[in-house]
Design a protein around this ligand. Structure first.
Ligand SMILES: [Zn+2]
Length: 564
């Protein structure tokens, strides 16, 4: 090792064990070892993409006390190996920082996987059969739940109806959630329990869909509130803990080391804590509580502000909803849907509610996230953020625009100016291509606008929104890089980004979205020891096959949580 390399190498040693950086600058490897103690883990012989501009590439790194201790060449890093150090030889494979999903719903997903009927089936008949089977095994009068229903991707090319559900479950109330979660379908018994008839007026921000003068079965957006009020919880405390454990296992096996619960009710927060204390929470979770709900009020009255928790479970902010769903074609736009000239989508909040929410979040030091898909909704959210910014926001002000699906140059400039963080869907272009026909090619040039955000200097983060979108980050890379759907149609090629840009979106930008850029998002000495080993280098794989890259190992805080 030359004197210069050695100086650089040791100057990168920081962290819990090593102490001050400068103290190690001019000492030998043996002395460094004596001061820092041996590393807990060293990874050598890898193609490391650090996502740290000061040292973009490396071959190796060491981890001590769950954090990166040093990053460099295999030769240098081996100096930190002691008799008890775990050595991982990557065999030349690609290593990335742990991948981060900046907007998803892991507890919801994990719990539904355990308790509800999986309706991710390709025909109405198959869905009916699955509901029938569950109804037969459920005592009369008890609810039957279904989830992941995709109304577009069924062979019959028609939606399921109230009558379909009556036919297969005459003795049980039934609720089937669309994959996006904003639309639900109910049978007649469920409508009767909720006391909703064909004459019930639609509430603000919601609709009971009618067909030929009768209830269709589909209930949109906030009209579901009357059902939520009467539906008993679909899970026990034990099932919720188990659901979190299950989903953290699945998501880490896909390469995710951190996720965000973008709307966490009290029972989910308890489930994360229960799984954590049971040693079953494998990823880190950043929490946005429900903006309108009692939990946020309870937290505030207990004096709990945002950014409370630890490196695994942290309460960061509050979440509101401004409009409908992108996937379910209810988001609020300034121009109508293709083939539906009078349909501009649904708003689910007023400007006054948004303004009050933004002021309250700022006052109590919560990061605010607002679900806003359509350009009209995004404009309203920005107005609320601009008011707070003008009257003295707590800095650094990083309010979030969840999804932020349809933009334009005016919105982009305002997002940049106010410092907002958009979190667009990152697996949608590929996986949900069949829905984009209803938006059309021209709108899709401005949807999930990763390239535009970057062009405007906006540190765009991104998320799967799982359940609505698949959570696999390798599919996200493919979707962002190719803009090609599963059928081969390319949507908005102007929004393609490079593999390097997409990797930043999934790492350092996602960390920045939760105020975590100093502790995660890159392989940098001092940061949390989260990383992933891939079987292939995404820079060298055919972009149409990025989603097939195998995750070989996922490590969180120096601990292997998944090994293929
Ligand atoms: Zn969401």
């Amino acid at each position: 090792m030359s004197k210069e390399t050695r100086r650089k190498f040791f100057s990168s040693l920081v962290g819990v064990a090593a102490g001050a950086t400068g103290a190690l600058a001019n000492i030998s490897p043996r002395e460094a070892l004596a001061q820092s103690g041996e590393a807990d883990l060293v990874l050598v012989n890898a193609k490391v993409f650090t996502i740290d501009d000061r040292q973009p590439r490396a071959e190796a790194f060491a981890i001590k006390h769950s954090r990166f201790l040093a990053v460099g060449s295999s030769h240098d890093i081996k100096n930190l190996k002691g008799p008890k150090t775990q050595v991982v030889d990557a065999g030349g494979m690609t290593v990335l920082p742990g991948l981060i999903d900046a907007h998803c719903h892991p507890a919801w997903g994990g719990i539904e996987e355990l308790v509800s009927v999986d309706c991710d089936l390709r025909s109405v008949e198959e869905i009916k059969a699955a509901i029938h089977k569950r109804a037969l095994a459920t005592p009369p009068g008890r609810w039957v739940y279904g989830f992941k229903y995709d109304d577009v991707r069924v062979r019959e090319k028609r939606r399921i109806t109230r009558e379909d559900l009556d036919e297969v479950a005459p003795n049980n109330p039934v609720r089937i959630q669309h994959r996006g979660g904003h639309l639900c379908w109910y049978n007649s018994m469920a409508f009767a329990l909720a006391k909703v008839t064909v004459n019930t007026p639609d509430p603000p921000g919601g609709r009971f869909v009618k067909r030929d003068g009768v209830l269709d079965g589909c209930v949109e957006e906030r009209a579901n509130d009357v059902f939520y009020a009467i539906i008993p919880s679909d899970s026990t405390e034990e099932q919720r803990r188990a659901g979190v454990a299950l989903i953290s296992k699945r998501m880490t096996s896909a390469g995710l080391t951190s996720t965000t619960d973008a709307e966490c009710p009290p029972e989910y927060l308890s489930a994360y804590q229960d799984a954590y204390h049971a040693g079953e929470l494998l990823f880190r979770i950043y929490i946005l509580t429900q903006g309108y709900a009692p939990m946020r009020v309870a937290l505030e009255s207990a004096g709990i502000r945002g950014q409370m928790g630890d490196e695994y479970v942290r309460i960061g902010g509050v979440k509101y909803l401004a409009d409908g769903s992108c996937l379910e074609r209810t988001m609020r736009m300034s121009t109508p849907y293709a083939g539906r000239p009078n349909d501009y989508g649904i708003l689910t909040i007023t400007q006054d509610e948004l303004n009050a929410g933004a002021e309250d979040a700022n006052l109590h030091d919560y990061q605010m996230g607002v679900h806003a898909n359509g350009d009209v909704a995004i404009d309203m959210v920005l107005k609320a953020y601009e008011r707070v910014k003008a009257s003295g926001a707590r800095e650094p002000y990083r309010p979030r625009i969840e999804h932020c699906s349809l933009v334009n140059p005016d919105l982009l400039a305002r997002i940049k100016k106010v410092g907002a963080i958009p979190t667009p869907f990152y697996t949608y272009v590929y996986y949900h291509g069949d829905k984009w026909d209803q938006y059309g090619d021209e709108k899709m040039r401005w949807m999930f606008a990763h390239a535009s955000f970057l062009e405007y200097g906006i540190p765009v983060a991104s998320g799967s929104d799982y359940i609505p979108g698949p959570y696999e980050p390798m599919m996200a890379l493919q979707s962002m890089v190719t803009r090609k759907d599963y059928r081969g149609h390319v949507w908005g090629p102007n929004q393609r980004i490079t593999v390097d840009q997409a990797l930043r979106v999934c790492t350092i930008n996602a960390a920045h979205a939760s105020y975590d850029e100093n502790v995660k998002g890159s392989i940098t000495a001092g940061k949390l020891g989260d990383f992933v080993i891939l079987a292939e280098d995404p820079h060298e794989v055919d972009p149409d096959h990025l989603k097939d890259i195998k995750v070989v190992r996922t490590v969180v805080g120096g601990k292997t949580v998944y090994l293929s």
